[in-house]
Design a protein around this ligand. Sequence first.
Ligand code: ATP
Length: 319
Amino acid sequence: MEKIAVMTSGGDAPGMNAAVRAVVRTALYLGMEVVGIRRGFTGVMNGEFVPMSLGSVADTIQRGGTNLYTARCEPFKTEEGQREGYEALKKAGIEGLVVIGGDGSFHGAQALSRLGIRTIGLPGTIDNDIAYCDATIGFDTAVNTAIEAIDKIRDTATSHERTYVVEVMGRNAGDIALHVGLAGGAESILVPERPFSMDDIIRKLERGVARGKKHSIILVAEGAGRGMDIGKYLSEHTGFEVRVTVLGHIQRGGAPSAKDRVLASQLGAYAVQLLRDGESGKMATIYKGVLQAIDFDTVFSTPRLPDMSLYDLAETLAI
Ligand code: ATP
């Protein structure tokens, strides 16, 4: 394989730049030519290809977001769009492609693989919602960013003896909420994977106040409900002063954590080795501590759950 490309797609995640850097440097180390594709599959279709050198990824490992930009590209979901993308890649002499993104992006990568461009996917999303991943690139940073915010909210919650409802991201997955809730000492954690009752939450709040608790934090995964609605319900059904904070996009930004930089570097290098070895249609991942490549079809067909033992532990500790 002489020429490969790398792109980021879907929502940005901290560590994407570190992954691109690892792809570029490994490819150059192995004597391949490498190009960056700007704006995800939009850039594939439009031929937004930029030659990458050792220097073009210098000073990027610590940067959040993605220097290659990212996009959501509806036309690429059609056969026509995919054919157009394939032709553009072919014309540029690109034989292999590394796609860094979430499972939507992997569907696009799989389409190109079926058309004849070798593709490897890297799990890059803060949501951690991809099967066969111990963690996705960006998840650790997002959890740490949210924890920092929770610690600050806790200070004001204690000072004013208030109840805080904090909504975190995660799409349909409760991973961010579970990790942040456990690490931030939340009283209740609401995740889409576990049904909850508002009565139970209220009983818990009342029990806490009865034993002299000065504040309570209720963590809501965006997939479980809207923080505003939960806060309003609690205000209306208790005598407590309730405030709501939606952390939103701050969870997507910022410098990647050391853990995300290491993961991104390992996966980026591995993806290039897989392409060199003739692999295609697979996700490079660390799963159960082992660096491995899993077929996209297996990834798509496997339902995944967060580690729900964390939920049970958080419940026990918040007694
Ligand atoms: P995140 O989890 O951060 O949202 P994602 O990769 O899942 O990332 P999507 O918006 O679902 O984000 O997908 C990103 C892009 O991948 C889409 O805009 C589209 O260009 C392409 N894509 C998504 N689904 C498909 C599909 N079924 N077939 C081909 N391409 C797809």
